[in-house]
Design a protein around this ligand. Structure first.
Ligand code: ADP
Length: 302
């Protein structure tokens, strides 16, 4: 499931962006403000209770809000995910939400926060009040109260999700489409559909450079010396192994013969180990077998 908390102060644009996001990501939109307003309109008991708080710019008590939200989540058992808009607004609500989602084997995917400065918020809310007639958007004192409640009670919820590494802030000023794209980018990155954004000023990770030592031309005399050492080493390795392997079967003669026969021509300083191993593994057994046979046959003739 894709469960997003769209976070931000009153007037940040959560409702507008939620409407666009639910269409794109096929999510269920749960806006506690909208649900309260629908209840007020329907004159339900919940609506009557909520109205007193909302009109004063206060939060509806946690108990009421949490149980209402639980009901709404449970009404959508087949949802692909939710956008929580206006919830959680307190630490207690955040904890209740985490618990609720855990009980249905899911969790919050991310908290997307729209960041807008206070002055801009006030302008937007007053304008919305004029257009929509929403009572809590028409009185500057109530607007201020809501912003204060946000700063004191709601903003700390950010820490709850930062601690879970789920908080992502997005600039909430600009064209609606621009902000929408920024939100989609953040979601797609979280879902792994897009590459992570390069942080400003972040130092590009560079793979450690392979240290290549320029090969200096090797002098002929040095080459000769290397070859000599390599041959000596290869012979030593071979001799040792032959002694071990052939000790049971052969005689000293066999050993001598084998060592003599073993080709160490190809041995160089680099491949001496490999080469010797190859000789020991593949070539030696054959030579030992052959030589032992010969020696045994000779002995018999005598
Ligand atoms: P805005 O984000 O502009 O404040 P909302 O529609 O989200 O608008 O909320 C309107 C009012 O509804 C809030 O001021 C508050 O009184 C009440 N409300 C909404 N969500 C919650 C919540 N999660 N907890 C308590 N009260 C809420």
């Amino acid at each position: 499931m894709l469960n997003i908390i769209l976070f931000g102060p009153p007037g940040a644009g959560k409702g507008t962006q939620s409407e666009k996001l639910i269409l794109k990501y096929k999510l269920v939109h749960l806006s506690t403000g909208d649900i309260f307003r629908a209840n007020i309109k329907g004159e339900t008991a919940l609506g009557k209770l909520a109205r007193n708080f909302m009109d004063n710019g206060q939060l509806v008590p946690d108990e009421v809000t949490i149980s209402m939200l639980e009901q709404e989540v449970n009404k959508n058992p087949n949802a692909k995910g939710f956008i929580f808009d206006g919830f959680p607004r307190t630490k207690a609500q955040a904890e209740a939400l985490d618990k609720l989602l855990k009980s249905i084997n899911t969790s919050i995917t991310m908290m997307l926060a729209l960041e807008v400065k206070e002055e801009e918020l006030k302008k937007r809310l007053l304008l919305r009040g004029k257009e929509s007639g929403r009572p809590d958007d028409q009185n500057p004192l109530i607007i201020q109260k809501r912003i204060d409640v946000y700063n004191n009670e709601t903003a700390p919820v950010k820490n709850h999700y930062s601690a879970q590494k789920k908080y992502i802030g997005v600039k909430g000023i600009g064209a609606i489409e621009e902000i929408f794209n920024a939100l989609c980018d953040a979601i797609d990155r979280k879902l792994g559909l897009k590459k992570p954004e390069k942080k400003k000023g972040a130092v590009k990770k560079v793979a450690p450079k392979k240290v290549t030592v320029k090969k200096a031309p090797v002098k002929k005399s040095t080459k000769k010396a290397i070859k000599k050492v390599a041959k000596k080493t290869a012979k030593k390795v071979v001799k040792k192994t032959v002694k071990k392997t052939a000790a049971k079967k052969g005689t000293k003669k066999v050993i001598k013969k084998v060592v003599k026969k073993v080709s160490v021509k190809k041995a160089t300083k680099k491949n001496v180990g490999k080469h010797a191993k190859k000789i020991v593994k593949k070539v030696l057994p054959k030579i030992i077998k052959k030589s032992t046979k010969k020696v045994v046959a000779k002995k018999k003739k005598k």
